[in-house]
Design a protein around this ligand. Structure first.
Ligand code: 5CA
Length: 443
């Protein structure tokens, strides 16, 4: 992408309404624009990050055996009356009436709708297990939308729903998602810890939240610091024993948010030098609730014994749009955003220090072409801005690696490589620099 033809509306000043680093930086770096309280447009740079996160989430869901569908944002109130949640959900649900006076709602989650889909076409235990997911916008009329997209009213969620014949099989589906979540957050370049959680309006007997540690997080977290060092689960995760062992490994250390914290257990179980008290952002939440929805909605299959058996269910959410903010809370400095490589909007920027200079232009074009053909997301800063302003913008938007091309360097036969995270610089010939950049970003 040539920056001269791109749409990157960066702001020089910190917007007064934004209190947290991620909210400030998302506005300043031109990732989002607020349209109404808790409702945002995603500008080109923000959209790129959102799509990258979405794609990693999708790949890890599919790897764990979940199948993608897409359900609508608008749902019928009747379905929610069947489960009893239409009245129970309260003011957070945005209720809509159509021209025929039919009651609709903008979905805050999809347990009812997916249960309706499954009950109409799954009749036999032979069609199980089944796990369906979608990545779709949700609406919750939060009383206090805040911190930008972190607690929005409209937000993008990945939600998956598992269906099994028995409670034991359903628990394994839950474990498989638990492991998939650890892999997902790791691939996103984030450390997320699983903590036991309250089930709230979704319900059920077993639930974990996944928390990214950050000073500005909404929840207080108490945990054993060794949890942060554990590598994510590996392998196919097909056998029940492997799944149980992985979940056991990641839940054996103490970890709780303030809602579930037991101070006495914490001090008794965790050696003093491993006791960690921090703040965190909930980026995922998984639930195991058995027949809570299948029972009232009559979602059953014929079991191997010929008897009608209610489906055992779980649901599994990831805050896809919230993850953009969480990544920034976990990675920024005084100059701006420091993206994990995997989700950076562009991995590399080629920076021309003298646009219009034939030699500089030729070198920039060559580097840009080679990186693009190698499949590297590259931004080419071909604008006429001063070098200082260029670097300030590229640091603000957090491009991980720059190739800086100027007449002085070219006279010596070199260009400069700059790394955003470490500030490290190297000078190399153009060909060697492109090869080195590809090595740095693993392309
Ligand atoms: N049906 C279940 C799982 S599919 C569910 O809705 N779970 S949830 O309420 O915990 O939401 C899942 C994830 O969505 C949360 O972990 C959080 O990361 C994200 N999320 C929830 N509310 C908001 C919000 N107002 N703004 C941004 N993200 C949100």
């Amino acid at each position: 992408m040539r920056l001269s033809r791109y749409f990157l509306p960066v702001l020089r000043d910190v917007p007064a309404e934004a209190q947290t680093p991620s909210h400030q930086l998302m506005l300043r770096a031109g990732l989002i624009r607020q349209n109404a309280a808790g409702i945002y447009s995603w500008l080109p740079l923000g959209k790129r990050v959102l799509s990258k996160i979405e794609q990693i989430v999708r790949e890890e869901q599919e790897r764990a055996g979940a199948i993608e569908i897409l359900m609508p944002t608008i749902q019928s109130a009747d379905l929610w009356r069947e489960s009893g949640r239409y009245d129970a959900y309260g003011k957070e649900m945005l209720r809509i009436t159509d021209r025929h006076d039919r009651e609709l709602l903008y979905g805050p989650t999809n347990e009812e709708m997916v249960t309706d889909i499954v009950r109409s076409s799954v009749k036999s235990y032979k069609q199980l297990p089944l796990n369906l997911f979608h990545i779709q916008w949700k609406f919750r009329d939060e009383i206090r939308p805040r911190f930008g997209i972190m607690r929005g009213r409209e937000f993008l969620m990945k939600d998956a729903y598992s269906f099994d014949l028995t409670s034991e099989a359903s628990r394994l589906s839950y474990y498989r998602m638990f492991c998939a979540y650890l892999r997902t957050f790791k691939r996103l370049g984030l450390t997320a810890i699983p903590v036991r959680a309250d089930t709230g309006p979704i319900g059920g007997d077993l639930s974990h939240e996944f928390i990214v540690l950050a000073e500005t997080g909404e929840s207080a977290v108490f945990c054993d610091g060794r949890l942060l060092e554990l590598p994510p689960p590996e392998g196919a995760l097909d056998s029940p024993d492997d799944l149980e062992a992985e979940v056991e490994r990641h839940t054996s250390y103490y970890a709780a948010t303030d809602e579930m914290h037991e101070p006495e257990r914490f001090t008794a179980e965790v050696p003093t030098d491993h006791q960690m008290t921090a703040r965190g952002i909930e980026v995922g939440h998984i639930f195991h609730f058995g027949t809570k929805y299948s029972e009232p909605m009559s979602a059953s299959v014929t079991g191997p014994d010929g008897r009608e058996t209610m489906l055992q269910m779980g649901s599994y959410g990831i805050g896809v749009s919230r993850l953009v903010g969480a990544a920034i809370e976990a990675g920024h400095d005084e100059k701006g955003i420091v993206w994990p490589l995997e989700i950076a909007p562009f991995q590399v920027a080629v920076v021309s220090l003298r646009p219009g200079d034939a030699e500089v232009e030729t070198a920039c074009e060559a580097a840009y072409d080679q990186l693009q053909s190698a499949g590297v997301d590259t931004l080419y800063d071909d604008t006429g801005e001063r070098p200082g302003a260029k670097f300030a913008t590229l640091e603000l938007i957090g491009i991980p690696v720059l190739i800086v091309v100027g007449p002085k360097g070219l006279a010596k036969g070199v260009v400069e490589i700059r790394q955003r995270k470490t500030g490290d610089t190297e000078e190399l010939g153009l060909e060697a620099a492109v090869a080195r950049v590809r090595e740095l970003i693993g392309a």
